[in-house]
Design a binder for this molecule. Structure first.
Ligand SMILES: NC(=O)c1ccc[n+]([C@@H]2O[C@H](COP(=O)([O-])OP(=O)(O)OC[C@H]3O[C@@H](n4cnc5c(N)ncnc54)[C@H](OP(=O)(O)O)[C@@H]3O)[C@@H](O)[C@H]2O)c1
Length: 272
């Protein structure tokens, strides 16, 4: 029986992935920050719920040990946990800046490091890292920190290829566009009583987020992305990078069809 270790399974894509892999007969280590709040996943006989805040390297080590202890072997690690800090760089709190990096980049590093001894000992394993189209292009104003985190994740993943290849450890990136989850609901653009220069762009982006929340865009469903992740995990798809979603395809085509300066102006004009 194949096994997968997934981060951030309390909601959204991670949760959908945990259920999908379990329904396909995989054993699933479903990790989350607050397992005490979980009531559903542990009812599935293929799922073991484990506590993990990815920002803590010691917790990552413990969660990896618990999962390996429970299942004997982990085949695939799905680094899904993530969140989006959006907002004018000048207005975002120091804590938020560090937290964006701590979850989306350092968190993935913590989990990868926790599994490397196991994967080396097994002479095999796969890390699937959930990036975004924001991992290879800019698509909105006020997204620099999220862009930074996913660009960094892409660099980390590609850079690791060389040192992990000798151990038959595979690296993969899945790059969704916008999809329906709590992700956008959790975004809270910072404002300031004294600095009002960002009010206009804040209002424009809030309008876009409201449209997403009210499902005014044809968003991809997490289940569609999960099926792509599953194809990567089983080896049916062996691409290093897997972009998903119509918006990803459209933005990529636009980005590749013109010089960067022109692309930046076009995206800017979308929010004018
Ligand atoms: N939704 C989109 O439009 C979109 C597009 C492209 C890529 N993505 C990426 O897809 C992934 C999943 O996002 P989603 O849309 O499914 O959002 P979501 O519903 O908000 O789920 C995010 C998950 O990450 C967890 N998480 C946050 N901080 C954590 C931490 N420190 N330690 C462990 N878990 C933590 C959350 O747990 P808590 O419940 O404890 O907060 C939650 O389970 C993320 O990497 C995101 O960047 C999303």
């Amino acid at each position: 029986m194949k096994t997968v270790f997934i981060t951030g399974t309390s909601t959204g894509l991670g949760r959908a992935a945990a259920l999908h892999f379990a329904n396909q007969g995989w054993q699933v280590a479903a990790t989350m920050r607050s397992p005490e709040k979980e009531t559903e996943l542990q009812k599935n006989p293929n799922i073991r719920v484990i506590s993990l805040d990815v920002t803590d390297p010691a917790q990552a080590q413990r969660a990896a040990a618990t999962a390996i202890g429970a299942f004997g072997k982990i085949d695939v690690v799905l680094n899904n946990a993530g969140h989006g800090i959006y907002g004018a760089l000048e207005l975002v709190s120091e804590e938020s800046i560090d937290h964006q990096y701590a979850v989306n980049v350092r968190g993935v590093i913590n989990v990868i490091r926790a599994f490397l001894p196991h994967f080396r000992a097994n002479n095999g394993g796969m890390f699937i890292n959930i990036s975004s189209y924001m991992g290879f292009l800019s698509a909105v104003p006020l997204g620099s920190l999220y862009n930074m985190s996913k660009f960094a994740l892409e660099g980390l993943t590609e850079g690791l290829y060389y040192e992990l290849k000798p151990f038959n450890i595979h690296l993969r990136l899945v790059q969704p566009g916008g999809f329906a989850s709590d992700f956008t609901n959790k975004i809270n653009l910072p404002t300031s009583d004294t600095i009002r220069d960002y009010d206009v762009v804040n209002a424009r982006l809030n309008k876009v987020f409201d449209a997403v929340k009210n499902k005014k865009f044809p968003l991809t469903q997490p289940q569609d992305i999960v099926e792509q992740i599953y194809a990567v995990a089983t080896g049916a798809n062996q691409e290093f990078r897997t972009p998903v979603g119509q918006d990803t395809a459209a933005m990529t085509a636009m980005r590749n069809s013109m010089p960067l300066a022109e692309y930046l102006e076009k995206v800017d004009a979308m929010y004018a």
